[in-house]
Design a protein around this ligand. Structure first.
Ligand SMILES: [Zn+2]
Length: 389
């Protein structure tokens, strides 16, 4: 996605005028095509919020120049039918989704708001975990899987890491059902209804991306294709799963399964969200006997001596947090770098007890560790952790 900057000032002026006019009308769709009635003209039509239409005619040579400029700006060509660009209107960036419906027909859809993307460091990554993730994503090849239940913040984490590492030298392409945010300098492709994911991946591969993000696991995904792609590209896959084991099982139960995928997996990130302690009213204290006993039972701890020594924090409730003791959300992460033993066990289709043992042995950080670490730092409460597991 790039901001409008054209070499031909006349075309640039007309294009700006067309877009600004659309914005002033709050048009939600803009179509540019040769006029069906008069082949010496191009028709620019705006669809307005009340579903009425406003039209504008351009001489063919100008219409063609505008069309070419728009394709160039949104990186649309014979292979790539969709793209985006940014236009500054009244000091605010407006993002346009552009789709080529035919050789000379473009549809532009403005997306006006761009919510802020949290910087990766503010999401609650512990430094060594974040470095591991960043290095893995920057390694340029392999598969990284982000998993978690619904609403566990996977997309925010992925957007945030992509936003952190993006650079003009890096070609990042995302394939998403409905992009939640428009990311500048990242090529976001919206999946069309019933599109063949394998065909789409093959066509994306021809644009030579360094990083591909797939926002869900398609049941017809061909794992041989993914294995091929991940030998020279980094693929990030987001999938809905409650545990690391169930995420791996989803891959092994695909119709187009290929065991060669296992060694390609570099890292799995399992994420949860808990409530964040309100910074204005949190109080430090030792855990009481009953809580220690509950934790002992819930987590089958050998003993609770270590926990007895630590201070934990709980918001008491104040005006800032609406007397709830919490303000905002805190992400918790579990990181599993793929180990040789685990990849072999998966290839041999070992029993899930054996797989679970190997997963536990290979963890770089467990959810349990990250949760208690963050509770001990005051970022969340013990009751939030008890409710999570
Ligand atoms: Zn408070």
């Amino acid at each position: 996605m790039s901001a409008i900057s054209l070499t031909n000032p006349a075309v640039e002026r007309i294009l700006r005028h067309l877009l600004a006019y659309g914005q002033s009308l709050s048009a939600n769709l803009l179509v540019i095509e040769p006029s069906p009635e008069d082949n010496s003209q191009y028709l620019v039509s705006y669809r307005l919020p009340d579903n009425s239409q406003s039209n504008f005619l351009l001489p063919t040579n100008l219409g063609q120049a505008v069309l070419t400029a728009l394709k160039e700006q949104s990186k649309i060509n014979n292979r790539q039918r969709e793209g985006q660009f940014t236009f500054i209107y009244e000091d605010q960036p407006v993002y346009y989704q552009v789709t080529a419906l035919a050789h000379a027909k473009l549809v532009l859809q403005p997306i006006n708001s761009q919510p802020l993307i949290a910087p990766a460091h503010s999401l609650g990554w512990e430094t060594p975990d974040f470095e591991l993730l960043k290095q893995t994503v920057m390694s340029g090849q392999g598969l990284v899987i982000f998993l978690g239940p619904r609403l566990s913040g996977k997309t925010s984490s992925i957007y945030s890491i992509l936003n952190t590492i993006k650079s003009p030298q890096l070609n990042i392409t995302t394939i998403e059902d409905q992009p939640k945010l428009r990311l500048s300098d990242i090529n976001q492709i919206q999946r069309q209804y019933k599109v063949d994911i394998n065909q789409l991946l093959r066509s994306v591969a021809t644009t030579d991306p360094d990083i591909i993000y797939l926002n869900h696991l398609d049941s017809d995904l061909d794992l041989s294709l993914l294995t091929d792609l991940t030998s020279s590209k980094l693929v990030i896959l987001r999938l809905q799963a409650d545990s690391l084991l169930s995420a791996l099982q989803q891959l092994s139960s695909l119709a187009n399964y290929d065991a060669a995928i296992w060694p390609r997996i570099k890292l799995l990130v399992n994420q949860r969200l808990v409530k964040k302690n309100c910074a204005h009213c949190l109080v430090k204290g030792k855990l009481d006997y009953y809580t220690l006993d509950d934790l002992h039972n819930q987590f089958e701890l050998d003993d609770t001596r270590a926990l007895r020594q630590l201070d934990f924090y709980q918001g008491q409730g104040c005006l800032n947090c609406g007397h709830s003791g919490y303000a905002g959300q805190q992400a918790l992460f579990e990181l599993l770098p793929m180990s040789e033993d685990l990849a072999t066990a998966l290839t041999q289709n070992n029993h899930k007890t054996k797989l679970q043992d190997l997963i536990s042995q290979s963890l770089a950080t467990s959810l349990f560790e990250d949760a208690f670490l963050k509770a001990a730092k005051g970022q969340t409460s013990i009751s939030q952790i008890q409710a999570l597991f």
